[in-house]
Ligand binder design. Structure first.
Ligand code: GLY
Length: 460
């Protein structure tokens, strides 16, 4: 936990920025997996963590702007809870650690909000993303589930985003730790993979590293020989000589900050010549993106520049044709790169995605609906303090190739006859995490071997 002054400062600033009403925070409860007492690993809501530090289940909080009150609502553990789950600090202890002295039982939250509503005061709440929050908002505010997202407070969302998007020095230290643990996961995978090994063995080994130091995974591991499926969570294939292995995995450290890295490496000792060729095109695009990172530039433009670099590389080997910039502007590159160049990262791996990408990644501006660009989670002008991923890739998705070819899409840019021969290729990406600094950027965490030579050296 950071010092109590950090949390007091964050809450004071938030109250000032929203400027009126009651700010309602619903912390996360335990969530059942397959029966009531068998729960998913507990994870506190990230905005609750950011302003109240406490990662215990069952807490809610209110910041009352007019009355300048910070209140935590929670119930002490029963003896039964303690018998089964062990003890915890009291709610008072949890609250005082973050500078809050007013504590009330959960049962008083509804009454507190009702009174405020009867006085005509505004209750600001954030868009719910868990079923339990939806039910709770209905209980507390009587807002029907299908109207809750629409009724959430844009002022509250924007004020939260305005703080959480700019990482402080103490947060960057935490993120850097998470990225270094993530790097160790990738280095382990690169060293251990062998023909005949099951994908799940790699997934298990990297998970162990994430959990070892009281951390967790920051998202479900992608460990696959079928890298063309962007979020491939199946781990049942046997890795074969001649295939590439794509790992997209990250750790969440003790303080719940995320790392998110991807790497692609040969299952055997060496890449094939064809793999090297595609790998180097993606790597060059990655380096182009990194070189372009600096405050003041629109991330969407860096995405398009990277897409044009990919198109240029693919043109050089006969898979694309025409002007690469025009191909990228039109969206033709999305046959091979149908996703975004990167996203914000912090307490969430896709930071604050629950608050709306349009606020977090686009500063309230509309997001493109074009295939490819619609999956770009970050498009706004870069500013110092932003932490983001850079993750261009090249994917040969047979179903997508067949569809586009049948529809004769972008025939001025795509050489479908040549692309046909790559339908068995799979997909690859590398991913690193960067901080935008006043001067440019800084890569966070330990370096993961990236060039063909560096990766092959790990396999010898
Ligand atoms: N690395 C997983 C994701 O960005 O969704």
């Amino acid at each position: 936990m950071f010092s109590k002054e950090t949390y007091i400062h964050r809450r004071t600033r938030l109250k000032k920025e929203v400027g009126n009403g009651i700010l309602l925070f619903l912390g996360n409860a335990e969530s059942s997996m397959n029966y009531a007492d068998n729960t998913y690993p507990y994870r506190q809501d990230s905005t609750f963590l950011y302003f109240f530090g406490s990662d215990y289940a069952g807490l809610s909080a209110v910041l009352d702007v007019e009355e300048n009150k910070d209140i935590i609502f929670g119930d002490e553990l029963t003896l039964d809870d303690i018998v089964w789950m062990g003890t915890q600090p009291s709610i008072r202890e949890k609250s005082e650690r973050v500078g809050i002295t007013e504590i009330r039982p959960v049962a008083q939250l509804e009454e507190y909000l009702k009174k405020a509503i009867s006085q005509g005061r505004k209750i600001h709440y954030l868009p719910p993303y868990r079923g339990e929050h939806i039910l709770r908002l209905f209980e507390l505010l009587r807002i029907p589930p299908d109207q809750q997202a629409k009724g959430s407070s844009v002022d509250f969302i924007r004020a939260v985003v305005n703080q959480r998007n700019y990482k402080s020095a103490e947060e960057i230290e935490q993120i850097e730790e998470a990225v270094t643990i993530s790097a160790n996961m990738h280095i382990k995978a690169m060293q251990m993979i062998r023909p005949g090994m099951k994908e799940s063995e790699v997934a298990a080994a990297v998970t162990e590293i994430a959990l070892r130091d009281e951390g967790n995974l920051s998202f479900p591991v992608i460990a696959t020989v079928h890298g063309q499926t962007l979020h491939n969570h199946y781990h049942g294939h046997i890795a074969q000589e001649g295939q590439m292995f794509l790992l997209d995995a990250g750790a969440e450290n003790r303080m719940h900050y995320a790392g998110d890295l991807s790497s692609t490496f040969p299952v055997g000792k060496r890449f094939t010549e064809r793999q090297k060729e595609i790998y180097n095109i993606a790597l060059h695009a990655h380096q182009t993106a990194v070189a372009a990172l600096q405050p003041g530039l629109m991330f969407k433009d860096i995405h398009l520049k990277t897409a044009a670099t990919l198109a240029e590389g693919l043109k050089a080997i006969g898979l694309m044709k025409g002007d690469p910039q025009e191909a990228a502007q039109a969206g033709a590159h999305a046959l091979f790169f149908p996703c975004g160049l990167g996203h914000m990262m912090g307490l969430d791996v896709h930071d604050m995605e629950n608050l709306g990408e349009v606020w977090v990644g686009y500063d309230g501006q509309p997001k493109s609906t074009l295939f490819g660009l619609k999956s770009l989670r970050l498009g706004r002008k870069l500013e110092p303090g932003f932490v983001l991923t850079i993750e261009p890739g090249i994917y040969f998705i047979p179903e997508l190739i067949d569809r586009w070819k049948a529809e004769k899409r972008f025939t001025e840019f795509i050489c479908y006859e040549a692309v046909e021969k790559y339908k068995d290729f799979g997909g690859l990406r590398n991913e690193e995490d960067y901080l935008i600094t006043p001067e440019g950027k800084r890569r966070l965490g330990k370096y993961v071997p990236t060039t063909v030579e560096e990766v092959e050296a790990m396999r010898s």
